[in-house]
Write a new protein. Structure first.
Length: 256
């Protein structure tokens, strides 16, 4: 069992300023997809879809990119929220454990057996209160010790997501979910751009051909990406799309 939250690799120099990119980021191959995290990235806390958020997704699709919404949210909730932002090519829910690609097809779920064992363990720990999805189980960070005791010996890993800890089957991350989605969309090795804000986005961002974070991104995420937006939340997503992503798509004219 891995219970260590993701951290930035010490040998990965990253851009510290909103208008800077890694020197090697200019040599990435053409992009085929754009993936965005939901909470605190595309979606402001307590808010709903905004003009900037919808414009970012609409523009990426107009430029020919497959758009993928990726989140730690439970699958049913992500489907509902996703519809409010407009059409998507794929949904990656529960930090990669549930993938619907293309949208409208049956979801692929990884780790049901592990989740069933976790539920049996939880029945023996009635004081550990958390939230369940199809597979993922999450608790506030303050319950870390109880959580570690509950999952000891299970093939799972625990990742941090701002104020919560999320338990997932070993090997399942947002990056594995994106790769599954791209394979289902007929783009198994397609380079993609991605933007996120928190620790559970790190594997996804490191696996992207072009990575970004919003101005409110966690410090470890800001250190790990190619581009740090000057704007927070949805406005930062639009800044990333209209700036670095646009620059990777070649010479044809593109307008929002």
């Amino acid at each position: 069992m891995d219970i260590t939250p993701s951290v930035t690799h010490p040998n990965q120099p990253r851009a510290p300023h909103s208008d800077s990119l890694k020197p090697d980021a200019t040599r990435v191959p053409p992009l085929v997809a754009f993936a965005t995290d939901l909470d605190r990235t595309l979606l402001r806390p307590g808010g709903g879809p905004t003009v900037a958020a919808q414009r970012a997704i609409r523009t990426a699709r107009r430029w020919g990119l497959r758009t993928i919404l990726v989140s730690g949210r439970e699958y049913a909730e992500l489907r509902r929220l996703g519809r409010e932002f407009g059409p998507w090519d794929a949904l990656v829910a529960e930090d990669g454990a549930v993938v619907e690609a293309p949208v409208g097809t049956p979801a692929r779920v990884v780790g049901r057996r592990t989740a069933a064992e976790m539920r049996r363990r939880l029945a023996r720990h009635p004081r550990l209160h958390g939230a369940w999805g199809e597979v993922v189980f999450s608790v506030p960070r303050g319950h870390r010790r109880r959580l570690v005791r509950m999952v000891a010996g299970l093939p799972v890993h625990v990742t941090a997501n701002v104020d919560r800890l999320m338990v997932l089957p070993a090997g399942v991350t947002k990056l594995t979910g994106i790769r599954t989605a791209l394979r289902c969309l007929g783009l198994p090795r397609g380079p993609f751009a991605a933007i996120g804000d928190a620790e559970n986005d790190l594997e996804l961002l490191r696996g992207a051909a072009l990575s970004g974070t919003v101005a409110n991104g966690r410090p470890e995420v800001r250190r790990a990406v190619d581009y740090v937006a000057s704007q927070p939340f949805d406005r930062g997503v639009w800044e990333f799309v209209d700036g670095p992503v646009r620059a990777r798509l070649g010479p044809p004219s593109r307008t929002a």
